[in-house]
Design a protein around this ligand. Structure first.
Ligand SMILES: Nc1nc2c(c(=O)[nH]1)N[C@H]1C(S)=C(S)[C@@H](COP(=O)(O)O)O[C@H]1N2
Ligand SMILES: [Mo]
Length: 522
């Protein structure tokens, strides 16, 4: 092996495939769309002229995609072996080869439909794996190459055999780890695909498509859409691997301080009467002006009815919800049994819940932050007392109760942006779920508060769009917004961070007012 090029190309190959295995495993665990190699294959198919693709399908039948993957894997293998050979002379040449391959993978995953920045993580993991494995494997090869040439017929110098064994041992370990990573990725990925399929085939009686209520939308360019698409909806959870639950395997158990335990299957749940409502959900970790908030059309079964069937015992004041992955939250019993639309939701925007948003069943409670109410993948509902429980985030210093605070946000113009002098449109959203927003006011440079126009909303459980027209003198300004809730309470300007129960303070942005046609006139 010592003087052979084979050792070096084998090192390159093993490191290369180890990187692919790592990136595949990472992609499956993240449950992002495709592994980088698959994304590259998709991209190639997209870029290939239609007639060529048709010809390929004719010749290869269903084997067209496996064939393409094989070609890509072989091509990558050639590049990996080459990178190994290059490592013989310089440390940076293989880094460049791997770097170029990683860039191709990054481009493919980033520009797949609905690609997101997180999709780049598997590529980064693969790249790091390449570098680490290659240096682990080439290090003994370098030592072998540096050893003096033995005299013809004499035994190789002491230590050579040991170095050789080091190489083989490392190669074996890396190969074994790669196979294991590939296996984990496969299992995780298969479960996920199965559930995706089950989800796609579901038909939910009583679940209707959302239709935008009249008047919710104000006509301002750049304003945040009133209804949030599922793919644009913020996502917060502690799940490293998103639970993939088959609807047929799902059960929820309502127990604890109840007269009789209630256990429901998914089928039993969706056979019940559906409640549907527009409800805005937001996160307690949302900073002032932040975007951890979304508004969707939720369909589900009222929790008040289910709790009534179970028969809550006197003395209970809380419900401890547990998700399939063991996350917990404590919710006041009162908000689950009053007239609001607290529900076990099965659909978001007229479609079964996306897996990331809690498929097959999650809780939605208008008026509370997600961390104390919106349990995704919920499987257990225990009626209890706050005095007897601690939930995931309350154990970590967040408040036991999490009613939403009045808040408002400026979306147009963007902070730091330009705005026209004289008659510029300023707009955004304001929310105080289950209380409602009565008015929104804006101020310029801490001047007097001026009333904004509001969109109409179907209930107090959603955010509301607001817009105002401001007359600004040329130059820099600070705009601020505040809301007044339906009870007449004005949003406080006192600034407070998100811990322990939600941020307060007015959203303020800096803008520069310029004459509208200044540019044209030079
Ligand atoms: N199982 C589970 N449910 C959860 C969480 C979680 O970490 N695990 N996070 C909660 C928090 S903090 C919020 S803000 C909402 C976010 O819901 P979304 O990801 O659908 O927007 O889910 C809640 N439900
Ligand atoms: Mo949250």
């Amino acid at each position: 092996m010592r003087s052979s090029r084979a050792g070096w190309s084998v090192a390159g190959l093993i490191a290369g495939y180890a990187g692919l295995a790592a990136s595949y495993c990472m992609a499956m665990v993240l449950t992002t769309r495709d592994a980088p190699v698959t994304a590259i294959a998709e991209r190639i198919i997209r870029l290939t002229p239609g007639p060529v693709v048709e010809r390929a399908i004719k010749v290869l039948g269903h084997w067209d995609k496996p064939f393409l993957l094989l070609v890509i894997l072989l091509g990558a293998g050639a590049a990996f072996a080459w990178a190994g050979l290059l490592a013989r002379r310089s440390w940076w040449a293989p880094v460049i080869v791997y770097g170029v391959l990683a860039l191709v993978g990054a481009a493919a995953v980033r520009w797949q439909p609905r690609g997101a920045t997180i999709d780049l993580l598997p590529v980064a993991v693969g790249f790091a794996t390449w570098l680490v494995c290659l240096s682990l494997l080439t290090e003994p090869l370098r030592r072998l190459a540096a050893a003096p040439e033995p005299a013809p017929g004499s035994a190789p110098p002491a230590g050579t055999e040991h170095t050789r064994r080091t190489f083989l041992l490392r190669a074996g370990l890396i190969l074994g780890a790669s196979v294991a990573a590939g296996g984990v990725g496969r299992v995780v990925g298969r479960g996920r695909r199965h559930v995706e399929e089950a989800r796609r085939l579901l038909r939910l009686p009583g679940v209707t498509e959302p239709t935008l209520p009249p008047g919710v939308r104000l006509d301002v360019e750049g304003i945040t859409p009133w209804a949030t698409r599922a793919e644009d909806f913020y996502r917060i959870d502690t799940a490293f691997v998103v639970p993939a639950i088959e609807p047929v395997d799902w059960r929820v158990r309502i127990h604890g301080l109840v007269e009789r335990e209630v256990v429901l299957t998914y089928q039993q749940l969706i056979n019940r009467r559906m409640t549907q409502a527009w409800i805005t959900l937001n996160c307690v970790s949302n900073e002032v002006g932040g975007d951890l908030i979304g508004n969707a059309w939720w369909s589900g079964v009222r929790l008040a009815d289910l709790l009534e069937e179970a028969g809550v015992q006197p003395g209970a004041d809380a419900v401890l919800q547990t998700s399939e992955d063991g996350w917990t939250c404590g919710t006041p019993l009162s908000v689950l049994t009053d007239s609001r639309d607290a529900m076990l939701a099965v659909a978001m925007n007229g479609r079964p819940l996306p897996i990331e948003h809690g498929f097959p069943v999650r809780t939605i409670v208008p008026g509370l932050y997600g961390y104390v109410s919106a349990c995704k993948w919920v499987v257990d509902i225990e009626v209890t007392r706050f005095a007897d429980i601690e939930a995931y985030w309350t154990q970590r210093g967040w408040a036991e109760k999490g009613p939403v605070k009045i808040a408002s946000r400026i979306d147009v113009p963007r902070g730091g942006g330009e705005i026209a002098t004289g008659g510029a449109r300023v707009a955004g959203v304001a929310w105080a779920q289950h209380t409602g927003i009565q008015a929104v006011e804006v101020s310029v440079d801490d001047g007097p508060w001026q009333r904004a126009a509001l969109g109409t909303v179907p209930s107090s459980d959603t955010w509301v769009q607001w817009a105002a027209t401001l007359d600004l003198a040329p130059g820099d300004h600070v705009l601020a917004v505040r809301a007044i809730d339906a009870h007449g309470e004005t949003q406080t300007g006192e600034e407070h961070g998100t811990v322990p129960d939600g941020a307060t303070g007015w959203h303020r942005i800096k803008v520069t007012a310029v004459e509208p046609d200044e540019d044209e006139e030079g």
